[in-house]
Design a protein around this ligand. Structure first.
Ligand code: UDP
Length: 338
């Protein structure tokens, strides 16, 4: 397999979870940059329609070793971008073992199978939840990792496996720690279609379009400027492009592995996000103050210095209203299909 990889200047990239929200945008970014792509997704949260017909699609599980080996062979896979996983913090608090199974055990199988097959590069969808409730204003990669929920732990454990496997010389990897991902493809080709979404911007837009009656504000007594939680919202397309740049960096420097925050370095409170949705939709959301949600830190804002310097990443959509506008356009499209 290695011989085939070396002959092809742009080896195929296997995107797990490529039918899901972030994965489908990564597929677009890879294709836009001329990378051959294949997708593995069990469609538990993703949609077959999110993957273009010209992309080889495998319906199955990341923990299915035989299927992985078949895909590696058939598609001449030279790199993996691993998005498939469970992502809802409160669900992880309620069902920790399901999270450890899906996010950690299955990742172990994928990493082991990839290492044995000689796949040289691995990009991992990690999360700012590995930092827990950091005591700093801006979270850098040097900020100690101290997850406060099973979701963060399940991802941190996978990061550790990747570090150890890379140290052993079996591959190199990049762990990208996402802050709060939102928005949709600016050309309207993809967006978040998740059923029963829990993430703030998606929930607020569904409410603005009448799919929900109101938006709950989870916690109004945090130690923040207005008492609601503060997050660093990053546009999904900027994030997808960061994955392509990370892949190129891994190929260019095969001895190097990377861990990088993905955020813009500024935060918005829940109330500020809802204000932005009101402005963009020219509407007034019904807001309901609610209790804090289990496992939620008060503030999470990235220090994005490392990713900007290492990958020369230059975000194009660092604007809350743009993020909301793109998300709204996608949501309207979903309504048309209802
Ligand atoms: N949030 C909220 N109402 C909602 C969903 C989220 O107040 O319906 C708050 C949540 O408590 C946090 C922020 O919005 O402060 C972002 O939460 P989200 O679930 O979008 O992402 P997370 O930070 O949990 O990954």
């Amino acid at each position: 397999m290695r011989t085939l990889i070396r002959k092809n200047p742009k080896p195929s990239v296997l995107v797990t979870g490529g039918a899901g929200y972030i994965g489908s945008h990564a597929v677009l970014a890879l294709k836009d940059s001329g990378w051959p792509v294949a997708v593995l997704d069990n469609l538990s949260a993703g949609f077959r329609s999110a993957v273009a017909d010209d992309v080889p699609f495998y319906n199955g599980n990341v923990g299915d070793k035989d299927l992985l080996l078949r895909i590696f062979e058939e598609q001449m896979i030279g790199a993996i971008m691993h998005f498939a996983g469970s992502v809802v913090v409160p669900h992880s608090v309620a069902n920790p073992l399901a999270y450890y199974h899906n996010n950690t055990v299955n990742a172990h199988i994928l990493i082991e199978t990839a290492a044995r097959a000689g796949i040289p590069h691995f990009i991992f969808s990690s999360t700012a939840a590995v930092y827990g409730s950091p005591l700093v204003d801006r979270v850098s990669e040097e900020t100690p990792c101290a997850p406060i929920n099973p979701y963060g732990w399940s991802k941190l454990m996978t990061e550790q496996m990747l570090k150890d496997v890379s140290f052993a010389g079996e591959m190199n990897h990049c762990a990208l720690r996402y802050f709060n991902v939102a928005g949709a493809d600016p050309d309207g080709r993809a967006g978040q279609s998740t059923v029963g979404a829990t993430h703030l911007i998606k929930v607020a837009i569904e409410a603005a379009l009448g799919k929900r009656d109101s938006v709950a504000i989870f916690g109004t007594d945090y130690d923040t400027s207005d008492g609601s939680g503060v997050r660093d919202y990053i546009h999904v397309t900027d994030l997808a492009v960061a994955h392509v740049l990370a892949l190129e960096a891994l190929i260019e420097q095969p001895e190097q592995s990377l861990t990088m925050n993905c955020g813009y370095g500024r935060g918005f409170s829940v109330l500020e996000v809802l204000d932005a949705v009101d402005r963009v939709t020219n509407n007034k959301l019904v807001r309901i103050a609610d209790d804090r949600r289990a496992g939620d830190p008060a503030t999470l804002i990235a220090d994005p210095t490392k990713i900007r310097e290492t990958l020369n990443w230059r975000p194009q959509f660092d604007n809350l209203e743009t993020i909301v506008r793109h998300a709204l356009r996608w949501e309207r499209k979903l309504c048309e299909n209802c």
